[in-house]
Design a protein around this ligand. Structure first.
Ligand code: DAT
Length: 172
């Protein structure tokens, strides 16, 4: 059976992991957190001193994922999206969180002042939504609210319906 690939993107803290894992559990699709994948395989290309984090080796990440993406049925979670091949994804969701809610979530994570400010600004300026629109066909890019538990439930139900319809449309 042919299954779709889904991209979940957005600023850190908007709820990609929470949605991705729950969606995978309820749809049977496979969940891949690109940050974890990079860490496991040490898919890095240097270190960013300013942000105090390793720099992702995007080419190696793409190589690592290529086989499973061509099989289909994968949910990808990452706070960036311009380096994935456009052909991989059948739909792209950009999660969106109210700035004050996001600030509190990132504060709980223990982010320092600079990282907090940069990430909240990234959300205010809709950087990831713009990146998604620039990288994928506009008609497959959707923004989803991710402020409260009801949003999570609604998003899961909507995406499950979309997967069901897509799977029907692509069965022969
Ligand atoms: P991300 O993977 O985008 O960095 P996450 O899934 O780790 O984000 O979520 C960050 C925090 O926010 C975590 O404590 C769970 C919480 N959260 C996620 N989605 C939520 C929602 N719809 N309502 C309330 N809290 C949510």
């Amino acid at each position: 059976m042919l299954l779709p690939n889904i991209l979940l993107t957005g600023t850190p803290g908007v709820g990609k992991t929470t949605l991705g894992k729950e969606l995978a559990a309820r749809s049977g699709l496979k969940y891949v957190n690109v940050g974890d994948l990079a860490q496991e395989g040490q898919l890095y290309d240097g270190y960013d001193e300013e942000y105090d984090c390793p720099i992702l080796d995007e080419d190696r990440v793409v190589d690592e994922l290529e086989n499973q993406m061509s099989e289909g049925g994968v949910i990808i979670d990452y706070h960036g999206c311009d380096f994935f091949p456009e052909r991989w994804f059948h739909i792209v969701f950009v999660l969106k969180t109210d700035n004050s809610i996001l600030y509190k979530r990132l504060e709980t994570r223990g982010y320092n002042e600079k990282k907090l400010k940069d990430n909240v600004q990234c959300e205010i300026f809709q950087i990831l939504y713009e990146e998604a629109l620039a990288s994928y066909s506009e008609d497959i890019v959707h923004q989803l609210p991710s402020d409260k538990p009801e949003d999570l439930e609604n998003n899961i139900n909507q995406i499950l319906k979309w997967i069901e319809q897509w799977t029907k449309d692509h069965s022969s």
